[in-house]
Design a protein around this ligand. Sequence first.
Ligand SMILES: Nc1ncnc2c1ncn2[C@@H]1O[C@H](COP(=O)(O)OP(=O)(O)O)[C@@H](O)[C@H]1O
Ligand SMILES: [Mg+2]
Length: 221
Amino acid sequence: MSFAVRAVGLVKRFPGLEHPALDHLSLDVRVGEMLAITGPSGSGKSTALYAMAGLISLDGGTVAVLGDTPRGRAGWAALRAARIGLVFQEDWLLPTLTARQNVEMPMIGVEPSGPRRDARAHAALEEVGMGAMGDRMPAGLSGGERQRVAIARALANHPALILADEPTGELDTGNSNKVMALLTALNRQGTTVVIVTHDPQVAGACGRTVRVVDGKLEEGP
Ligand SMILES: Nc1ncnc2c1ncn2[C@@H]1O[C@H](COP(=O)(O)OP(=O)(O)O)[C@@H](O)[C@H]1O
Ligand SMILES: [Mg+2]
């Protein structure tokens, strides 16, 4: 069996926090899976997801993504650029760039040809139903549209793994459904998807749900 993520015994302490944010958390995500991570607020879901993306330093444990365990920040940055698409609750689009330029950002350093970047950004925007709005500035888009642009940006380099932290947290039901339809379609095409969510409907759309409580994993219904 091949794994998109193997997280073993993750420990993360933050200064001033009595209990560790991650307390020997282990989690395997199979290639091709669509997994929901749920759990109470403050239980360590985001920290676990960021650990899987190499975005935080750990006090213990190991993370392998698609068989690779990078050492150091540069190694993780290269792995993220090549293989991981990140989606957050907020879209974090750069307000001074158009939608298409935002989608091109992760390709800089990966795809040297400007015209090819442009074409690929357009294709990613088409994939999320935003092909006609590439020239718009983020301020001229609705919240749901901006989140779809953020997903297009995550797709820019054709990631094998998408890590999404409450991607529908700021969206109404209609836009939440659109985002989930999109992530489900990507998963059907073979992309492994991990979604942190509070929303039972979002979790219900995933093939498996795990629950994080007090920085540890509880296999859930
Ligand atoms: N950068 C940080 N500095 C200090 N404490 C943090 C930081 N990030 C998270 N925490 C703490 O770690 C715990 C887990 O946080 P988090 O992973 O964000 O929870 P969740 O996403 O499940 O709501 C919480 O107690 C939170 O306050
Ligand atoms: Mg969180």
